[in-house]
Write a protein that binds this ligand. Structure first.
Ligand SMILES: *[C@@H]1O[C@H](CO)[C@@H](O)[C@H](O)[C@H]1NC(C)=O
Ligand SMILES: *[C@@H]1O[C@H](CO)[C@@H](O)[C@H](O)[C@H]1NC(C)=O
Ligand SMILES: *[C@@H]1O[C@H](CO)[C@@H](O)[C@H](O)[C@H]1NC(C)=O
Ligand SMILES: *[C@@H]1O[C@H](CO)[C@@H](O)[C@H](O)[C@H]1NC(C)=O
Ligand SMILES: *[C@@H]1O[C@H](CO)[C@@H](O)[C@H](O)[C@H]1NC(C)=O
Ligand SMILES: *[C@@H]1O[C@H](CO)[C@@H](O)[C@H](O)[C@H]1NC(C)=O
Ligand SMILES: *[C@@H]1O[C@H](CO)[C@@H](O)[C@H](O)[C@H]1NC(C)=O
Ligand SMILES: *[C@@H]1O[C@H](CO)[C@@H](O)[C@H](O)[C@H]1NC(C)=O
Ligand SMILES: *[C@@H]1O[C@H](CO)[C@@H](O)[C@H](O)[C@H]1NC(C)=O
Ligand SMILES: *[C@@H]1O[C@H](CO)[C@@H](O)[C@H](O)[C@H]1NC(C)=O
Ligand SMILES: *[C@@H]1O[C@H](CO)[C@@H](O)[C@H](O)[C@H]1NC(C)=O
Ligand SMILES: *[C@@H]1O[C@H](CO)[C@@H](O)[C@H](O)[C@H]1NC(C)=O
Length: 804
């Protein structure tokens, strides 16, 4: 056994904020590679990719401008619109990033064309364009070169996009096609579709505006409407509007849909609310002496007037200026918040790209809520909190407290007006819930870390209590009709009656562990807001223990979470398998082996149920043995270990060694192995859907050497990958500095000092980082090749410890 040794006396003087201010001038955007995560394991295709959005946008941008492309294999979808190998069908204004499931958005397009020969304006397969050069993507900028010779460039402000089309001199014609019925397609019953719309143009054709109505998509729900307002920098020769009969995802093809054109200045799909309204659009032709056409498109969820006002965000036609403003914003607001020193360019690129991806969603739609008036901030595109609660929100809490406060306030405001906070939400509608009501975890994490800034915690707790006590109505989701997938906890009646979710409900096992954490979250907030509820929710948070089957054996380990009937007996199952791992399965996108580790609030009981620390540690080792995985989940899994680096339920598992005395070195080993094997600067450098920045934020934590224990003011200590890291903690000037000596010798912690004090615990508290007295904080690591067993102090807390 390697005994810990004393850290050398600190020679470091705590940093002044001067250095941080200087950093704002650095251009960190040069390290961001927007193509990381756009490709799947099969080079050149997007099947099973990170699905990240590579186009132009601002942090939490309301508008995300990018190209939409076809897929060669239509049985998967391009959730952010982009595939590496597809043909361009349009440049659209709204996108998600990193999502799985069925796509949402890809709305309000422009498609530049040089000819109408063979083109049916209602059939994208007749006008789509292959690309003839590598696309160029920079922060705030995207460029693509189409086969018809047109170069399309784009950039974005908060609510508007700007495009520049350069036509080849020899082009027959110069057209811009606006097919309002365009959206990102997929297959199957969750596909969104076009429903209706209205489009009006100015007499001279230099501007057009209106709205499109769309429906369904992954979140379900009815119609939603988006408004647009567009301008061109030159006058078209001719402007025509067109319409054609309704098509929907079940229509076999569009080749028999013929458009009819009109010279009128407005067109409507049909009666408002009519779902089989005509498809509509506009076609603009520019004169032959024009070589470039620029266009701005403002987007609003409230009105056409507001969409037009947003054009003021770009009061000129200079695309480069818009791009530069976007770069400045990304530098000052996001990328400069963590300044790292390293000589390794690969790691710089991985790190700042991950930082970038962690600030794309949710979308800041403050002032853009069509459904209610409120002074509260408004955010949409929570896609989904099931993914983001573990790593993304704790990261925002640390480096973007202002944004995180706005997000929490927005979630509470959604509860005020719609009865439930969201778990998933896009286009202003709650849906769908994959497991628990994980907004509870986001609020509890913010609460225990002292986020205030106008959050009404009385209402915040009431919103959590709604999740915990009010049965949401059943929306009879065809994928699991046993309870609501819209919001709240669909299996709440079981939870209240039995203390766990029974097999008569879909995803009973994973819901049971998630509801347990959710109730632990209530317990955390109740301690300050509702002392009378404390005992109740702590008690309920132990529900997972009631489904612990002490006699179930798998791979020589005994005791697992099990699907448990009301009478307490277990359904016959294999802890290594979740079958299809879908909505009606026993557990969602993770096997019982994996979910049996997800009790961060009571590791103490978990370890004792597994036998003892030695047995539990050996079981944890087994999670990382290649070849043992029991369920292939396609795009949702990576590798062959039971630990699944490709999906969120496994996120914390590699670091649970910190809960065993003197085993922190194994967490470091796992952190290094997983990052090195599954993350890189290639286009498939994210091992699965990025899920609104979930994977990327996981990577950020690993690279700075900390991991947040969500719902607790606790961070597990790993080992940083950089010599020097300075983290700006919000806007009031305090910083966290992380120094690593001996990085070149090896990854393992030899010794550690926290704020000047020798440290023997494998964790630190939030107050060690964000110090109550406003002082800077400092972690000094001595790293090396020896697996030093330095963590002899208390293991991380189990504040939800309950013995049933
Ligand atoms: C792209 O267009 C080219 C030429 O029209 C066609 O051969 C190819 O199959 C298309 N690819 C996809 C993925 O749509
Ligand atoms: C097409 O994508 C599906 C996944 O949706 C995959 O199962 C199938 O193997 C792919 N087809 C080919 C030929 O790669
Ligand atoms: C393009 O056309 C195909 C075939 O009709 C259709 O499936 C798809 O949804 C259309 N839209 C886009 C944006 O690809
Ligand atoms: C498209 O639909 C038309 C009319 O129903 C039909 O004649 C044609 O065969 C279809 N084409 C394809 C490729 O399915
Ligand atoms: C629209 O106006 C143009 C120019 O006057 C004319 O050539 C064209 O036929 C008109 N189109 C329709 C559908 O009326
Ligand atoms: C193109 O020609 C028209 C007249 O035919 C003229 O009004 C316009 O200014 C010209 N545009 C450019 C960019 O030269
Ligand atoms: C830089 O980092 C990458 C990714 O972690 C690693 O593969 C590479 O070996 C490192 N290069 C050097 C020179 O250390
Ligand atoms: C969100 O948008 C509102 C309104 O545009 C703005 O005031 C606020 O600063 C934005 N929040 C962040 C975190 O950028
Ligand atoms: C919080 O909201 C409630 C109403 O929901 C209100 O009564 C209370 O005054 C608010 N608290 C604060 C601190 O604003
Ligand atoms: C805790 O829950 C159990 C049932 O699971 C119940 O018997 C017990 O009374 C509860 N204790 C408290 C303090 O609520
Ligand atoms: C389980 O135990 C048996 C008998 O001791 C042994 O042969 C087998 O390799 C063990 N399996 C695993 C996965 O460790
Ligand atoms: C418990 O309930 C299950 C499901 O209804 C049933 O199959 C099983 O036989 C019951 N076990 C006992 C011991 O009653």
């Amino acid at each position: 056994m390697k005994l810990p040794r004393s850290c050398a006396a600190s020679t470091l003087v705590l940093l002044s904020t001067r250095l941080v201010v200087a950093n704002i001038a650095k251009d960190f955007t040069q390290y961001v590679n927007l193509f990381i995560g756009t490709e799947g394991p099969v080079p050149g295709t997007a099947y099973s990719a990170g699905n990240v959005f590579p186009g132009a946008t601002l942090p939490f941008g309301a508008v995300k401008v990018g190209i939409d492309t076809t897929r060669w294999n239509v049985s998967f979808s391009a959730n952010a619109g982009y595939t590496p190998d597809g043909n361009v069908t349009g440049i659209t204004m709204l996108h998600e990033s990193g999502t799985g499931g069925a796509p949402t958005y890809g709305l309000i397009p422009q498609m530049p064309l040089t000819t109408l020969e063979g083109v049916n304006v209602l059939d994208n397969l007749t006008y789509m364009q292959p690309r003839v050069a590598e696309d160029v993507a920079q922060v705030g900028y995207y460029k693509t070169h189409l086969q018809n010779g047109i170069i399309a460039e784009m950039s974005a402000s908060m609510h508007a996009g700007i495009m520049k089309y350069t036509y080849p001199k020899e082009a027959d014609g110069r057209f811009i096609l606006v097919d309002l019925s365009h959206f990102i397609p997929s297959t199957g019953k969750k596909e969104q579709w076009y429903s209706n719309g209205k489009l009006e143009r100015s007499d001279d054709g230099t501007s057009y505006s209106g709205y499109g109505v769309y429906r369904e998509g992954w979140a379900w729900g009815g119609d939603f409407r988006v408004y647009f307002c567009a301008q061109f920098d030159s006058t078209p020769l001719q402007s025509q509007l067109f319409s054609g009969k309704a098509t929907d995802p079940y229509w076999p093809n569009t080749t028999d849909v013929n458009p009819s054109f009109t010279n009128r200045t407005w067109i409507e799909g049909g009666t408002i609310g009519y779902q089989y309204a005509d498809r509509i659009g506009a076609l603009f032709e520019f004169p032959s002496n024009v070589t470039t056409v620029k266009s701005k498109v403002g987007m609003s969820w409230v009105s056409t007037d507001k969409a037009c006002q947003f054009l003021d965000e770009i009061p000129h036609w200079d695309l480069e200026e818009v791009r530069d403003a976007a770069k400045d914003k990304w530098n000052s607001d996001v990328l400069s918040t963590i300044d790292i020193t390293t000589t390794n360019d690969t790691q710089l690129e991985m790190f700042y790209t991950a930082m970038y991806h962690a600030h794309l969603l949710p979308s800041n739609r403050t002032g853009e809520n069509p459904y209610w008036e409120s002074d509260e901030p408004y955010y949409d595109d929570f896609y989904t909190i099931w993914d983001t609660f573990r790593c993304l929100h704790p990261l925002l809490t640390l480096i973007q407290p202002k944004a995180q406060i706005e997000i929490v306030r927005a979630m509470i405001d959604i509860w005020r007006f719609e009865r439930f906070m969201p778990d998933g939400r896009s286009r202003n509608i709650n849906g769908r819930v994959q497991g628990g009501s994980n907004s509870d975890n986001v609020l509890a994490d913010a609460y225990v870390k002292g986020l205030k800034g106008g959050i009404n915690w009385t209402d915040g707790y009431a919103a959590m209590k709604t999740n915990a006590e009010v049965q949401p109505y059943n929306n009879f989701d065809f994928e699991d009709p046993t309870g609501s997938t819209k919001e709240g906890r669909g299996a709440l009646q079981d939870w209240k009656q039995y203390g766990y979710v029974t097999p008569s409900r879909g995803r009973c096992l994973s819901k049971t562990v998630e509801y347990s954490l959710n109730d632990f979250s209530l317990f955390q907030v109740a301690q300050g807001e509702a002392p009378d509820d404390v005992v109740k929710y702590l008690n309920r948070s132990a529900g997972w223990q009631k489904t612990w089957a002490p006699d179930v054996t798998s791979l020589n380990f005994t005791g697992f979470l099990a699907p448990t009937y009301p009478n307490g007996s277990y359904q016959d199952y294999d802890p290594l398998s979740c079958g299809a791992c879908e909505w009606s399965s026993i557990s969602y996108e993770g096997v019982p082996w994996e979910y049996s580790w997800t009790i961060p609030f009571d590791m103490e009981t978990l370890i004792s149920l597994m036998g003892d620390p030695e047995k539990a540690e050996s079981r944890l080792d087994t999670m990382f043995i290649p070849g043992l995985t029991g369920s292939n989940q396609g795009g949702n899994s990576a590798g062959s270990t039971i630990f699944n680096p490709g999906n969120e339920p496994s996120f914390m598992t590699p670091f649970l060694y910190n809960y065993f005395s003197q085993r922190q070195h194994k967490s470091v080993q796992r952190s290094r192995e997983v990052v090195d094997e599954y993350y890189n600067t290639g286009r498939s450098g994210i091992p699965g859907n990025d899920d609104a920045g979930s994977m990327s934020s996981w990577l950020v934590w690993n690279m700075i050497g900390l991991y947040p224990v969500v719902t607790q003011p606790v961070y597990l200590i790993l080992a940083p990958r950089f010599e020097d890291v300075t983290v700006r903690l919000g806007d009031d000037g305090a910083t966290l500095r992380i120094k690593a000596n001996g990085l070149e010798k090896g990854p393992y912690v030899q010794c550690l000092k926290v704020n000047g004090q020798e440290w023997d615990k494998s964790w630190i508290s939030h107050e060690d980082i964000v110090r109550p007295d406003g002082q800077n904080s400092l972690l000094e690591f001595e790293l090396g090749a020896d697996r030093v067993e330095w963590d002899t102090g208390d293991v991380p807390p189990s504040p939800g410890h309950v013995q049933l």
